[in-house]
Design a protein around this ligand. Structure first.
Ligand code: PHE
Ligand code: CO
Length: 296
């Protein structure tokens, strides 16, 4: 991972057009394909019982374990026939408005690079394994696929109201780190959980994090950490519920009522929350990832 990935200003590389898309997916060395295969094999052990049914179905239908980093062209063709989505290669994190533009047009921008062995279990910025294994299977679910496209359209309104951070928190707590109640269990549908072996076990089973039913007004006021396992996960009952709480609701009044910054710390449990599990927060209190605390 290049050390300057996060702090580099978003300067568009000269060879890219206004859409920031790479003309084609890069080629990977055999060592890089092996990293994909090893990550994939590791996740296959952990996903059953922890990943939601829609994700497992999508994974099977797309057959992402053929060996090596999947070909985005072939994957897009299959995905297009299911929900109209495609996967397009980008070199790095792209500007927000460009990201929204692609989502609104049912294109999922996927990072071109793959993590190194030193960063096998946890990375802070999205690589091709996170973007493809984490996000793409969920895009085979018709309701979730519609939610993602609507989210892209919603970005414009959030920018207009100057409340992008609030909408980003919603993405974070749903698309990246969402849990769903299914067959009496709390399972993951979030890409940040699926593609990280540490987070998959932690999010679904550990005693440290809170698990709280998703409330859009609450979540859009809640801070989030981007560089460690989450102190709180938010839970839905179905993708239709997620859709109805967000897409089917007009956000104008919500944005108008929001303070410019976050109101709630990411570890907070509120009286108004519907709580499934009050976390012990042992992991965070012992110092989190930086301290080598056990993710219990
Ligand atoms: N319904 C929201 C609005 O009117 C937009 C939205 C769609 C937000 C999907 C999040 C996800 O602004
Ligand atoms: Co992601």
């Amino acid at each position: 991972m290049p050390a300057d990935t996060f702090v580099a200003p978003l300067t568009k590389p000269a060879h890219l057009g206004e859409d920031w898309l790479e003309p084609e997916q890069r080629t990977y060395s055999s060592a890089e394909h092996h990293i994909w295969d090893d990550l994939f094999a590791q996740q296959m052990e952990l996903l059953p019982g922890r990943a939601c049914n829609a994700y497992i179905d999508g994974l099977k239908r797309l057959d992402l374990g053929r060996g090596g980093v999947p070909d985005m062209g072939a994957m897009s063709e299959e995905l297009r026939s299911m929900t109209g989505w495609e996967v397009v290669p980008v070199p790095m994190l792209i500007p927000d408005h460009v990201f929204f533009y692609h989502l609104a047009n049912r294109r999922f921008p996927a990072g071109n690079f793959i993590r190194t062995r030193e960063n096998f279990d946890y990375i802070q910025e999205p690589d091709v394994f996170h973007d493809v294994l984490g996000h793409v299977p969920m895009l085979t679910d018709p309701v979730f696929a519609d939610y993602m496209a609507a989210y892209g359209r919603a970005g414009w309104k959030a920018l207009h109201h100057n409340r992008l951070k609030a909408l980003s928190a919603l993405y974070w707590y749903t698309v990246e780190f969402g849990l769903i109640r299914e067959e009496g269990e709390l399972r993951s549908y979030g890409a940040g959980i699926m593609a990280g072996p540490a987070e998959l076990v932690f999010a679904t089973g550990a005693r440290s994090p809170n698990r709280i039913h998703l409330d859009v007004d609450r979540v859009m006021r809640t801070d989030y950490v981007i560089s460690d396992l989450q102190p709180t996960y938010f839970v839905i009952d179905s993708f239709q519920e997620l859709y109805d709480m967000t897409v089917a609701r007009n956000f104008d009044d919500l944005y108008a009522a929001l303070a410019p910054g976050f109101t709630y710390a990411n570890q907070a449990v509120l009286d108004s929350d519907t709580v499934y599990h009050v976390g012990t927060q042992e992991y965070a209190l012992r110092g989190g990832g930086g301290s080598g605390a056990a993710p219990v």
